[in-house]
Design a protein around this ligand. Structure first.
Ligand code: ABU
Length: 410
């Protein structure tokens, strides 16, 4: 692992080996040493003239199809080192009490109905909505390296990222999320059969070596210091990342190292994508870093909503490029509303339906006003109860298809 490749603000653009394009009519393979033989191409029995059902290059092109997560059967993760690293000691009592059990049922019911309504609004706006399978997340499992129970399939943004015509399943970093991909397999198979490129990143062992067992979690100041040195609870033992630590802007992709995404994982992504894409490693002042979309949300070409509480240490490079960085207004969530695995900054975790329309929380009046001042129409929806289990509109979705092409904006 060459860490020197991964310096903050640097571009990670690695030469990937040329992919074998399976759509060629014949594939030349070496058989038993020197003898060469032509064989029929294995793979896509799809009409190559037809467009892949999966295609998206950025966060704002007109949205055609989206996966919306499911709150059903969502379970609270146990208070393991990786969970401690993203939560405050005040939240730990909740995890101690409910870890391994379903989230409080009354709350989940409200989340289910709010997400149904969100799906209806998306359909009304002309977007095709797809959902993962319903899974019982309370089942215990054991691998050779660890034991856990599951969590949920509520946040497709964390596990799936679409880059061009390829949909990539992230390895994830939490043990409770190891089997999360199972809920999406029906969709993945369908997209693949229809012509999408489907990749699953190397699955981590998630043995104890992946987590710094002594990661200091009690003191926020200490976490600030460690994160500024690039030290997080996940070690560099093996690649891991959540897809939500990457923000797509055409040929430029912005990524952060976080409590769930290590440099090894970012390097895997850079090599996997190859020279067509540049991954820029960004750093924010954030002791609980986990997912870039509540910190740095690119909502249009050269337009970013930034979190004033988590300054970007590389903001100069955006200003030099002529980008507009707009500070998110203070969130409106009342203090007594439970947010068990997230911060109030879900207020800026919005979903762009196109450059002119944004799905935003109906209670976040200052955020709505901010978008209107930028000439963007707000589509207000209430998912406050759904927010409680860890995500806003961006987290609750993965855009599968947007109408657009690969461009350079940076
Ligand atoms: N993906 C959720 C981000 C939430 C937060 O930054 O607080």
């Amino acid at each position: 692992m060459k860490r020197a490749l991964l310096t903050y603000g640097s571009v990670i653009q690695l030469q990937a080996r040329q992919n074998v394009i399976a759509s060629r009519s014949k594939l030349v393979v070496a058989v038993q040493g020197t003898r060469k033989q032509h064989v029929d191409t294995v793979g896509p029995k799809v009409d190559r003239q037809k467009k892949s059902p999966v295609c998206s290059y950025n966060e704002w092109d007109p949205l055609d199809e989206v996966i919306v997560g499911r709150p059903d059967n969502a379970c609270v993760p146990s208070l393991t080192p990786e969970v401690k690293a993203i939560s405050s000691p005040q939240q730990w009592e909740f995890f101690r009490k409910f870890g391994g059990q379903f989230f409080p049922q009354e709350h989940l019911k409200k989340a289910v109905s709010q997400i149904e309504e969100m799906c209806n609004v998306l359909r009304h706006e002309g977007v095709t909505v797809r959902r993962p399978d319903i899974v019982d997340w309370s089942k215990a499992y054991e691998t050779p390296d660890f034991k856990s129970k599951g969590m949920y399939a509520a946040m497709p943004r964390d596990i799936l990222i679409v880059i061009g015509e390829e949909i990539i399943e992230a390895p994830m970093a939490w043990r409770s999320r190891f089997f999360e991909y199972r809920a999406y397999r029906s969709l993945m198979k369908e997209y693949f059969q229809a012509g999408a490129k489907w990749t699953t990143a190397p699955k981590p062992l998630m043995s104890d070596e992946l987590y710094d067992q002594n990661y200091p979690v009690e003191s926020v100041e200490h976490r600030y210091k460690l994160s500024s040195e690039g030290r997080y609870v996940t070690t560099e033992f093996e690649p891991c990342f959540d897809a939500a630590d990457f923000m797509r802007c055409g040929k430029d992709i912005f990524a952060q190292q976080s409590q769930v995404t290590n440099l090894f994982g970012i390097e895997w992504m850079a090599r996997h994508l190859g020279p067509d894409y540049k991954i820029h490693l960004l750093q924010f002042k954030d002791p609980n870093a986990m997912h870039i979309d509540g910190t740095f949300n690119v909502v249009g070409p050269g337009l970013v909503i930034v979190n004033p509480a988590r300054p970007c240490l590389q903001s100069e490079m955006f200003k030099k490029a002529g980008w507009k960085l707009v500070e998110a207004p203070k969130p409106m969530v009342p203090d007594d509303h439970p947010l068990w695995m997230t911060s109030k900054w879900l207020s800026m975790n919005v979903l762009m339906l196109d450059e002119q329309r944004v799905m935003v929380c109906k209670h976040e009046t200052p955020t709505i006003k901010m978008f209107e001042s930028l000439g963007i129409k707000a589509i207000p929806v209430d998912i406050r109860f759904a927010n409680s289990i860890g995500g806003g509109f961006h987290c609750w979705t993965t855009d599968v298809r947007r109408r657009g092409v690969l461009e350079s904006y940076f």
